[in-house]
Design a protein around this ligand. Structure first.
Ligand code: PRP
Length: 207
Protein backbone atom coordinates (compact mmCIF):
# COMPACT_ATOMS: atom_id res chain seq x y z
CA UNK A 1 0.00 0.00 0.00
CA UNK A 2 1.34 3.42 -1.00
CA UNK A 3 0.32 6.30 1.26
CA UNK A 4 0.19 9.53 -0.70
CA UNK A 5 -0.14 13.10 0.65
CA UNK A 6 -1.86 15.31 -1.92
CA UNK A 7 -1.94 19.12 -1.64
CA UNK A 8 -5.53 20.31 -1.26
CA UNK A 9 -6.65 22.56 -4.12
CA UNK A 10 -6.31 22.92 -7.87
CA UNK A 11 -2.72 21.64 -8.05
CA UNK A 12 -3.62 18.56 -6.00
CA UNK A 13 -6.55 17.79 -8.31
CA UNK A 14 -4.24 17.96 -11.32
CA UNK A 15 -1.75 15.70 -9.56
CA UNK A 16 -4.47 13.19 -8.69
CA UNK A 17 -5.54 13.08 -12.35
CA UNK A 18 -1.92 12.29 -13.33
CA UNK A 19 -1.83 9.52 -10.71
CA UNK A 20 -5.17 8.20 -11.93
CA UNK A 21 -3.84 7.99 -15.50
CA UNK A 22 -0.73 6.29 -14.13
CA UNK A 23 -2.89 3.48 -12.69
CA UNK A 24 -3.48 4.74 -9.15
CA UNK A 25 -7.13 5.61 -9.34
CA UNK A 26 -9.19 5.66 -6.18
CA UNK A 27 -12.95 6.12 -6.07
CA UNK A 28 -14.37 9.46 -4.89
CA UNK A 29 -11.01 11.22 -4.31
CA UNK A 30 -12.28 14.14 -6.40
CA UNK A 31 -15.80 14.03 -5.00
CA UNK A 32 -17.04 17.25 -3.50
CA UNK A 33 -16.99 15.99 0.08
CA UNK A 34 -15.11 17.02 3.21
CA UNK A 35 -13.62 13.55 3.54
CA UNK A 36 -9.82 13.58 3.88
CA UNK A 37 -8.71 9.97 3.45
CA UNK A 38 -9.45 7.66 0.51
CA UNK A 39 -8.18 4.12 0.07
CA UNK A 40 -8.25 1.75 -2.90
CA UNK A 41 -7.13 -1.73 -1.85
CA UNK A 42 -7.11 -3.04 -5.40
CA UNK A 43 -4.77 -0.33 -6.72
CA UNK A 44 -2.77 -0.43 -3.47
CA UNK A 45 -3.04 3.27 -2.76
CA UNK A 46 -4.29 5.55 -0.02
CA UNK A 47 -4.63 9.32 -0.47
CA UNK A 48 -4.78 12.09 2.16
CA UNK A 49 -5.76 15.66 1.33
CA UNK A 50 -3.29 17.87 3.17
CA UNK A 51 -2.84 21.64 3.36
CA UNK A 52 -0.17 22.30 0.68
CA UNK A 53 2.32 23.77 3.13
CA UNK A 54 1.99 20.67 5.36
CA UNK A 55 2.75 18.01 2.72
CA UNK A 56 6.52 18.06 3.37
CA UNK A 57 5.92 17.43 7.10
CA UNK A 58 3.64 14.43 6.50
CA UNK A 59 6.24 12.95 4.16
CA UNK A 60 9.27 13.79 6.31
CA UNK A 61 7.62 12.11 9.31
CA UNK A 62 6.73 9.03 7.24
CA UNK A 63 2.97 9.18 7.68
CA UNK A 64 2.87 9.48 3.91
CA UNK A 65 5.37 7.48 1.83
CA UNK A 66 5.21 9.98 -0.99
CA UNK A 67 3.59 13.33 -1.65
CA UNK A 68 3.53 16.32 -3.93
CA UNK A 69 4.70 19.78 -2.94
CA UNK A 70 5.85 22.93 -4.70
CA UNK A 71 9.57 23.71 -4.74
CA UNK A 72 8.75 26.85 -2.72
CA UNK A 73 7.33 24.78 0.14
CA UNK A 74 10.21 22.31 0.03
CA UNK A 75 12.81 25.07 0.11
CA UNK A 76 11.07 26.88 2.94
CA UNK A 77 10.43 23.79 5.07
CA UNK A 78 13.98 22.45 4.75
CA UNK A 79 12.38 18.98 5.10
CA UNK A 80 14.75 16.03 4.94
CA UNK A 81 13.08 14.07 2.12
CA UNK A 82 13.96 12.71 -1.32
CA UNK A 83 12.87 14.74 -4.30
CA UNK A 84 12.08 12.11 -6.92
CA UNK A 85 10.50 13.84 -9.88
CA UNK A 86 9.70 17.28 -11.28
CA UNK A 87 6.04 16.96 -12.31
CA UNK A 88 6.27 19.97 -14.64
CA UNK A 89 3.04 21.52 -13.35
CA UNK A 90 2.29 24.35 -10.92
CA UNK A 91 4.99 26.41 -12.58
CA UNK A 92 5.82 29.85 -11.22
CA UNK A 93 8.88 31.52 -9.68
CA UNK A 94 10.22 32.92 -6.43
CA UNK A 95 11.24 36.52 -6.92
CA UNK A 96 12.11 39.80 -5.28
CA UNK A 97 9.72 42.60 -6.18
CA UNK A 98 8.87 46.13 -5.19
CA UNK A 99 6.98 49.19 -6.31
CA UNK A 100 7.92 50.59 -9.72
CA UNK A 101 10.85 53.00 -9.49
CA UNK A 102 12.07 51.63 -6.16
CA UNK A 103 15.74 52.44 -5.40
CA UNK A 104 17.55 50.51 -2.70
CA UNK A 105 19.20 52.39 0.18
CA UNK A 106 22.30 50.30 0.84
CA UNK A 107 23.20 52.26 3.98
CA UNK A 108 20.62 50.36 6.07
CA UNK A 109 19.23 46.82 6.36
CA UNK A 110 16.71 45.95 3.67
CA UNK A 111 13.18 45.41 5.00
CA UNK A 112 11.84 42.25 3.33
CA UNK A 113 8.19 41.20 3.68
CA UNK A 114 7.56 37.54 2.92
CA UNK A 115 5.76 34.29 3.62
CA UNK A 116 9.13 32.60 3.06
CA UNK A 117 11.61 33.81 5.71
CA UNK A 118 14.09 30.94 5.21
CA UNK A 119 14.24 31.48 1.45
CA UNK A 120 14.64 35.24 1.90
CA UNK A 121 17.38 34.76 4.54
CA UNK A 122 19.27 32.29 2.33
CA UNK A 123 19.01 34.51 -0.75
CA UNK A 124 20.24 37.70 0.94
CA UNK A 125 22.73 35.74 3.10
CA UNK A 126 24.33 34.61 -0.15
CA UNK A 127 24.72 38.24 -1.11
CA UNK A 128 25.98 39.34 2.32
CA UNK A 129 23.12 41.80 2.46
CA UNK A 130 21.73 42.52 5.91
CA UNK A 131 17.95 42.25 6.03
CA UNK A 132 15.08 42.74 8.42
CA UNK A 133 12.49 40.05 7.73
CA UNK A 134 8.82 40.90 8.15
CA UNK A 135 6.88 37.64 8.17
CA UNK A 136 3.40 37.94 6.67
CA UNK A 137 0.75 35.34 5.81
CA UNK A 138 -0.82 36.75 2.64
CA UNK A 139 -1.35 39.74 0.36
CA UNK A 140 2.38 40.34 0.64
CA UNK A 141 2.25 42.95 -2.14
CA UNK A 142 0.61 45.39 0.25
CA UNK A 143 3.76 45.71 2.36
CA UNK A 144 5.96 47.87 0.08
CA UNK A 145 2.95 49.83 -1.15
CA UNK A 146 2.07 50.89 2.37
CA UNK A 147 5.69 51.33 3.44
CA UNK A 148 5.82 48.32 5.75
CA UNK A 149 8.77 46.93 3.77
CA UNK A 150 11.19 47.92 1.02
CA UNK A 151 10.74 44.76 -1.05
CA UNK A 152 8.90 41.43 -1.01
CA UNK A 153 10.13 37.90 -1.60
CA UNK A 154 7.14 36.10 -3.03
CA UNK A 155 5.70 33.84 -5.69
CA UNK A 156 5.07 35.33 -9.12
CA UNK A 157 2.91 33.29 -11.44
CA UNK A 158 1.25 35.36 -14.15
CA UNK A 159 2.62 38.67 -12.83
CA UNK A 160 -0.89 40.11 -12.71
CA UNK A 161 -0.86 40.91 -8.99
CA UNK A 162 2.36 42.90 -9.36
CA UNK A 163 1.19 44.67 -12.51
CA UNK A 164 -2.18 45.68 -11.06
CA UNK A 165 -0.43 47.16 -8.04
CA UNK A 166 2.24 49.11 -9.99
CA UNK A 167 5.00 46.78 -8.93
CA UNK A 168 7.63 44.77 -10.77
CA UNK A 169 10.18 42.01 -10.34
CA UNK A 170 13.65 43.15 -9.28
CA UNK A 171 15.33 39.73 -9.31
CA UNK A 172 14.39 36.10 -9.93
CA UNK A 173 15.38 33.76 -7.09
CA UNK A 174 14.46 30.29 -8.44
CA UNK A 175 11.89 28.61 -10.67
CA UNK A 176 9.10 26.66 -8.96
CA UNK A 177 7.16 23.57 -9.99
CA UNK A 178 5.46 20.67 -8.24
CA UNK A 179 7.77 17.86 -7.11
CA UNK A 180 7.09 14.25 -6.18
CA UNK A 181 8.79 13.65 -2.84
CA UNK A 182 9.39 10.54 -0.72
CA UNK A 183 10.14 9.74 2.89
CA UNK A 184 13.73 8.47 3.17
CA UNK A 185 13.01 5.40 5.33
CA UNK A 186 9.87 4.47 3.36
CA UNK A 187 11.95 4.66 0.20
CA UNK A 188 14.23 1.96 1.64
CA UNK A 189 11.34 -0.37 2.49
CA UNK A 190 9.08 0.34 -0.46
CA UNK A 191 11.73 1.36 -3.00
CA UNK A 192 10.42 -0.93 -5.74
CA UNK A 193 6.85 0.20 -5.30
CA UNK A 194 7.86 3.87 -5.24
CA UNK A 195 10.18 3.53 -8.24
CA UNK A 196 7.36 1.86 -10.16
CA UNK A 197 5.11 4.82 -9.37
CA UNK A 198 7.82 7.24 -10.56
CA UNK A 199 8.24 5.36 -13.84
CA UNK A 200 4.49 5.29 -14.44
CA UNK A 201 4.19 8.99 -13.63
CA UNK A 202 7.03 9.89 -15.99
CA UNK A 203 4.79 8.71 -18.84
CA UNK A 204 2.07 11.15 -17.74
CA UNK A 205 4.19 14.31 -17.52
CA UNK A 206 3.12 17.31 -19.63
CA UNK A 207 5.16 17.67 -22.82
C1 PRP B 1 0.17 34.28 -4.62
C2 PRP B 1 1.39 35.16 -4.43
C3 PRP B 1 1.03 36.40 -5.19
C4 PRP B 1 0.17 35.88 -6.32
C5 PRP B 1 0.97 35.81 -7.58
O1 PRP B 1 -0.77 34.67 -3.67
O2 PRP B 1 1.66 35.38 -3.07
O3 PRP B 1 0.30 37.28 -4.38
O4 PRP B 1 -0.26 34.56 -5.94
O5 PRP B 1 0.21 35.38 -8.68
P1 PRP B 1 0.17 36.20 -10.04
O6 PRP B 1 1.59 36.50 -10.43
O7 PRP B 1 -0.47 35.25 -11.01
O8 PRP B 1 -0.65 37.42 -9.83
P2 PRP B 1 -2.05 33.81 -3.33
O9 PRP B 1 -3.03 33.92 -4.41
O10 PRP B 1 -1.63 32.43 -2.97
O11 PRP B 1 -2.66 34.56 -2.06
P3 PRP B 1 -2.01 35.31 -0.82
O12 PRP B 1 -1.67 36.68 -1.30
O13 PRP B 1 -3.08 35.33 0.20
O14 PRP B 1 -0.80 34.56 -0.39
Amino acid sequence: MLNVALPKGRLGEKVYKMLERAGYSCKDVLSDSRKLIFTDEQNGVSYFWVKPSDVAIYVERGVADIGVAGKDILAESGADIYELLDLGIGKCKMAVASVNGYREDISRPLRVATKFPRIAAAYYGGKNREIDIIKLYGSIELAPILGLSDVIVDIVETGTTLKENNMSVIADIFPISARLIANKACYKFKGEEIDAAVERLKKELPV
